[in-house]
Design a protein around this ligand. Structure first.
Ligand SMILES: C=C(O[C@@H]1C=C(C(=O)O)C=C[C@H]1O)C(=O)O
Length: 358
């Protein structure tokens, strides 16, 4: 080994030692925070708003060469490990193991949590409501396929609050036990993923049967038992079921992103850069939508999403899911909602939460 390389490695060793000592000191402080919370009778140890603030600080201070996201991801894991000293959290998600929802849960909470796979979006809500899981993670919209109605509908009857959002770039791969694409006769995947790879499938596997199954992870499991088949799924499913890659990143839109929501029992205080989601029921009368939206315009509040769903409460009533910028504790948001309550049949605040950092 050259002297140059040797001395560089010595410097790295010294830095690692310092880093490790600092991480240990940080972990001790987190333990002290836990004792303080306990002494103050606090039951909730996870603080979404504080974590968002820490991660934003990391990104603001970063000057490269690591990207902001890479640096924040490292701190994400340090915080996750520190929080696990206070309490190991159980995170319910739309399973099985290996779904994108699990990847979203780990992206948001880091890897020092326990993830609990559940069969349906409704089960995720029930498990958090009953207290068996601390938080739940469910998909809410995809940039190519649109909104996930099951999730929106659950909010109509649930008392849970949204306490976070996660955005995940979705990359689909063609995975199989078989090394030769010419031997593939069936492709398994969730119907949304088949739709997201439609052009690629038409071009490369137009003669092959497409089988729509309950999740991408289930597709990967099936492909692991059937060597004449392939699955369209993500990287974690490939790892879990030991499948090889026949083609990578086969999604039609490279910017394909899915947004997930984190639900819990606690309302989240302001983090300094927040969003608020609400459900607004209106009567079907002329100008209802216009009247509903006017307070947001008057108070200079940006709206990032509006979706309508049948309210299931009388044939002509609608429920609108609205996301705005700002926190319910901000004056302008509070005022706009007070005004909105005068015209709408019902306004249900689903939660104010930090805008996705990572
Ligand atoms: C240490 C705390 O508890 C948890 C751990 C955090 C951390 O490691 O920075 C931040 C927020 C909490 O989820 C805290 O509340 O400050």
């Amino acid at each position: 080994m050259s002297d140059d390389l040797l001395s560089l490695r010595q410097r790295i060793d010294e830095l690692d030692e310092q880093l490790q000592a600092l991480i240990t000191e940080r972990a001790r402080l987190a333990e002290e925070v836990a004792r303080t919370k306990q002494a103050e009778g606090e039951e909730v140890f996870y603080r979404a708003e504080r974590e968002a603030e820490v991660l934003r600080g990391v990104m603001q201070r970063n000057q490269g060469p690591l990207s902001n996201e890479e640096m924040a991801r490292l701190f994400r894991e340090i915080m996750s490990a520190c929080l696990a000293l206070e309490r190991i959290m159980n995170i319910a998600f739309l399973g099985p193991e290996g779904t994108f929802t699990q990847a979203a849960a780990l992206k948001h909470f880091g890897h020092s949590v326990q993830t609990l796979p559940l069969g349906t979006i409704g089960d995720v809500f029930r498990e958090v409501e009953s207290g068996n899981a601390s938080y739940g993670v469910v998909p809410v919209e995809n940039s190519t396929e649109g909104v996930i109605n099951h999730t929106l509908d659950e909010f109509m009857n649930s008392s849970l609050s949204i306490c976070g959002e996660v955005e995940l770039r979705i990359h689909h791969h063609l995975l199989s036990k078989n090394p030769d694409i010419r031997n593939i006769h069936r492709v398994y995947s969730h119907q949304q993923s088949l739709a997201q790879c439609r052009k690629w499938l038409d071009m490369h596997l137009s003669q092959v049967q497409q089988i729509d199954v309950s999740s991408n992870a289930e597709a990967a499991r099936l492909a692991s038992t059937d060597p004449e088949s392939a699955a369209i799924a993500g990287e974690s499913a490939a790892d879990i079921y030991a499948l090889g890659y026949l083609a990578k990143n086969i999604e039609d839109h490279p910017e394909n992103t899915t947004r997930f929501l984190v639900v819990g029992k606690r309302e989240t205080p302001p983090s300094g850069n927040d969003k608020t989601s609400m459900l607004v029921y209106t009567r079907n009368k002329p100008g209802a939508l216009y009247t509903m939206l006017a307070p947001f315009a008057q108070h200079n509040i940006s709206m990032s999403r509006i979706e309508s769903r049948p309210s299931h409460q009388g044939m002509w009533n609608y429920a609108f899911f609205i996301d705005i910028e700002g926190h319910i504790e901000d004056n302008n948001v509070r005022q706009a909602i007070d005004e909105l309550e005068e015209s709408a049949s019902l306004v249900k605040i689903l939660g104010s939460y930090p805008r996705a950092v990572l």
